[in-house]
Write a protein that binds this ligand. Sequence first.
Ligand SMILES: O=P(O)(O)O[C@H]1O[C@H](CO)[C@@H](O)[C@H]1O
Ligand SMILES: O=c1cc[nH]c(=O)[nH]1
Length: 245
Amino acid sequence: MSTIHISAAPGDFADVVLMPGDPLRARYIAERFLEQPREVTAVRNMLGFTGQYQGQRISVMGHGMGIPSLSIYATELIRNYGARVLIRVGSCGALRPEVDLKEVIVAFAAGTDSRVNRHRFLEHDFPAVADFNLARRAVEIAERRGQPVRAGSVFSADLFYMPEVARLHETLVRMGMLAIEMEVAGLYGVAAEQGARALALLSVADNLPKGTGLSSAERETSFNAMIGLALELAAEEAAAVAPAP
Ligand SMILES: O=P(O)(O)O[C@H]1O[C@H](CO)[C@@H](O)[C@H]1O
Ligand SMILES: O=c1cc[nH]c(=O)[nH]1
């Protein structure tokens, strides 16, 4: 049955769902990379599609900006549509000058200033980590493809326009973080709570210390290396979750 936020029919979504923040990136991925893509939901223009990749059924759906928006879609996909694996394909701002625009980050852990995981975890500090096997396979597949990736931790901020930003960035760099974005810690919290598995791959859209960045059109279309890696991982996972009869 459809939910308040997703109008798809039961069975419309695959077990494995790629999730960009931007619904237009979801459409770009579906139309450019999937065979026989079919739009399965468009409530509030948060587009979702299901198609085939390397013979496997894969879905892609936008999650919007910020942890509250992601949490709605991720929870309903898992709880109401049976999604088992969520792979965020997002953009981020690099915190270090040497992390170049369009580089791909495998976000194996996320710190955050959001309280959502504390709400879930009796006010304790929840370790927001990726599913280990998804992260390991992402790095292995990237190596096989000859595609450089950086694996590390990121920071999921509630605010895009942040006060005291210099102090925050200095602290994040000192504590080993590669980049800042707005959803990964929430995704890992939802996945743990709902019994699914999750990973975030991030493409660098801004280099914050250098003050460089991609245009919004480039953000929408230029993440092909990340998308290719995510789809290979998704196809492998889909084959493992639902082996062919
Ligand atoms: O490009 P997406 O996946 O939306 O990710 C990043 O971009 C948005 C901010 O511009 C936030 O959602 C942030 O996490
Ligand atoms: O959240 C984000 C995404 C891209 N670039 C940033 O600086 N922050």
